[in-house]
Design a binder for this molecule. Structure first.
Ligand SMILES: NC(=O)C1=CN([C@@H]2O[C@H](COP(=O)(O)OP(=O)(O)OC[C@H]3O[C@@H](n4cnc5c(N)ncnc54)[C@H](OP(=O)(O)O)[C@@H]3O)[C@@H](O)[C@H]2O)C=CC1
Ligand SMILES: O=C(CO)COP(=O)(O)O
Length: 332
């Protein structure tokens, strides 16, 4: 049993906190919103972000005090919207216990720097590689909050530390595998959100299985090429964090990215889809970062480019797909 702190009490932070509590750990949630802290601490609820859970476990509490939140924590989980991770974590610098493992649940690339969350977290907290882990997989928060069976992957350069994190989140309904491919895991989680936006858009526009399968498969090829160029192990893309998460996210209205895309496909503007979104759709800010990263690494990113034109210029779904097709006959 460990003392574990979760920074960010959104839908996934809270749902993962419940997994950790179910695994027997003492869990403290930290949130910036006083109302959310109060709801979790005093009523064992997170009505605002995870209303599906009627009663959070008794070994789960919350605080808004940063120093109190992380004091004595053996594992610190970061579940903050990716674009705000740097600013939020800066406030924790100097407070993190010297031997704590810091784990990111976030799936995004930082806009402006094109950095993955492992880079942002390590840079901000001045953390050595062996004390950083990423968790990623087909993990729709609402299903896991309802304790539906699911699996995930924990990546850390130190396999021992990956195992510590995996043990801490293993329950009878949640299974964690381990890997040392941090870059692969980060790339999978971030890029599948861009693909889910495009699949959602096609579905929203009324297209069927063939179109969805095409976007998913071409998207996976793009994700794999970019990931490999960044230093990832290609095997990771065929696993739970790659194909697995792609299937879950691109096939479920529980995904905020899929739903955001579907709303665009039905004719909403980016502004309207943002207002309708029930939580952060990480693919939206990540799309431009993926295009920029592709340029930096010399890897073509036709799907991310087509989605960036949708998000920045409002092109239609059929225009997006025409861009994705391209004009040339190429080998698959
Ligand atoms: N939901 C899911 O099914 C899954 C999500 N993820 C990933 O996990 C991450 C978090 O997602 P999720 O919890 O669902 O998202 P939510 O939109 O539900 O929550 C986002 C969280 O970020 C916090 N936040 C935003 N800005 C700041 C800031 N400046 N300082 C501190 N906290 C801030 C929010 O705080 P506040 O509530 O106060 O606004 C909230 O706790 C994302 O990267 C997502 O891609 C990964 C797997 C599954
Ligand atoms: O990452 C997820 C499932 O694995 C959740 O996807 P969304 O962020 O699109 O809801």
């Amino acid at each position: 049993m460990s003392k574990i702190t979760v920074l960010g009490a959104g839908a996934w932070g809270t749902s993962f906190g419940q997994v950790l509590a179910d695994a027997g750990n003492d869990v403290t949630m930290w949130a910036i919103e006083p109302d959310i802290v109060e709801d979790i601490r005093d009523r064992r609820r997170n009505e605002a972000r995870l209303p599906v859970v009627e009663q959070l476990p008794a070994n789960m509490t919350a605080t808004g005090d940063r120093a109190e939140a992380v004091a004595d924590a053996q594992i610190i989980i970061v579940a903050i919207a990716a674009q705000f991770a740097r600013v939020a974590l800066t406030e924790f610098k100097g407070l993190i216990p010297a031997d704590a493992i810091v784990v990111s649940l976030m799936k995004g690339i930082e806009r402006g720097t094109n950095k993955r969350m492992d880079e942002v977290v390590r840079e901000t907290l001045d953390l050595p590689a062996d004390r950083f882990a990423a968790v990623s997989g087909p993990n729709l928060s609402k299903e896991i909050a309802q304790r539906h069976p699911a699996a995930t992957v924990v990546a850390c350069e130190s396999l021992d530390n990956a195992r510590k994190v995996a043990e801490a989140c293993t329950t009878d309904y949640f299974k964690a595998f381990v890997t040392t491919d941090v870059i692969g895991l980060e790339m999978c989680g971030s890029l599948k959100n861009v693909i889910a936006l495009a699949v959602g858009m096609a579905r929203g526009a009324g297209y069927g299985e063939n179109t969805a399968a095409m976007i998913e498969t071409r998207g996976l090829a793009e994700l794999t090429a970019l990931g490999q160029a960044a230093g990832a192990d290609p095997k990771t893309f065929a696993g739970l964090a790659g194909v697995g998460d792609l299937i879950a996210t691109c096939g479920s209205p529980l995904s905020r990215n899929y739903t955001f895309g579907a709303n665009l496909g039905k004719g909403m503007s980016v502004q309207e889809a943002t207002e309708a979104s029930n939580g952060v759709a990480e693919g939206v800010p990540t799309t431009d970062a993926v295009v920029a990263l592709g340029k930096e690494l010399g890897v073509p990113t036709p799907l991310a480019y087509a989605m960036s034109r949708v998000l920045d210029e409002g092109i239609s779904c059929s225009q997006m797909l025409t861009l994705l097709f391209g004009r040339d006959i190429t080998e698959e």
